[in-house]
Design a protein around this ligand. Structure first.
Ligand code: C5P
Length: 229
């Protein structure tokens, strides 16, 4: 069996759409100066590439081929595909829906697994997604699983997208979130599921700073000698 890299410290942050994984992961990265893997962006970028190349979202073989050659780079908070900064084109709800349509395909997940594991490099990695703690980095020393009500997540997404200038409808967002929750938790491969050894935190009534404070305590308990940035 292929193993992940246990010698590199990994913080796995998992949870459903709009729960604040990205906000927490970025705060951790900023504090620790570790690498960042935003796995959702991988699926989003692959969906975008498929659309551009005319590969159907149910063409498992075609998508796996695209995934195997994916030239994706995360740098300075931006995502680059084949040298092009993707910007907000992967942040729309349509891009999220496309990602969750291709994500259940085993061939796609297998093709992206190696890519994701290569991101575990010193001094450490913060990885966010749905299966970071359960499948991609099962031996991560620190696993966080965030939850929040669908309504709270829809409201957060609403504010986020509005700030970016998108014209969004809260009822539609809530429906999208529920649909994606359903798809992400019901699929047979890597469904959204808390790893048995993950620390679960309900963020419904918490601010981003409060979430970070609770999680950072866990991180310090995990690595007491941690050098902070
Ligand atoms: O996290 P984000 O909303 O960007 O993810 C978009 C979609 O990609 C999710 O709804 C999910 O279907 C898929 N995904 C996944 N596994 C991950 C990250 C994202 O299946 N590790």
């Amino acid at each position: 069996m292929m193993t992940d890299a246990p010698e590199v410290p990994v913080i796995a942050v998992d949870g459903p759409s709009g729960v604040g994984k990205g906000t927490l992961a970025r705060a951790l990265v900023q504090r620790l100066h570790w690498h960042y893997l935003e796995s959702g962006a991988l699926y989003r970028a692959l969906g975008l590439l498929a659309e551009r190349r005319g590969v159907a979202l149910d063409d498992a073989r075609g998508l796996a081929q695209l995934a195997a050659g994916l030239e994706l780079l995360f740098a300075d908070g931006a995502v680059w595909l084949d040298g092009e900064e993707l910007g907000d084109s992967i942040r729309t709800e349509a891009a999220g829906r496309r990602a969750s349509q291709i994500a259940p395909l085993p061939a796609v997940r297998a093709a992206l697994l190696r890519w994701q594991r290569r991101c575990a490099r010193p001094p450490g990695l913060v990885a966010d997604g749905r299966d970071m703690g359960s499948v991609v980095f099962p031996s991560a020393a620190c696993k966080i699983f965030l939850t929040a009500s669908a309504e709270a997540r829809a409201m957060r997404r609403f504010k986020q997208l509005r700030e970016k200038g998108f014209n969004v409808n809260i009822a539609r967002l809530l429906r999208d979130i529920r649909e994606r929750d359903w798809r992400d938790s019901k699929r047979s491969v890597s469904p959204l599921k808390r790893a048995g050894d993950a620390f679960e935190l309900d963020t419904t009534g918490l601010s981003a700073d409060e979430v970070m404070a609770v999680v950072f305590k866990r991180v310090e308990q995990t690595w007491p000698l941690l050098k902070r940035g």
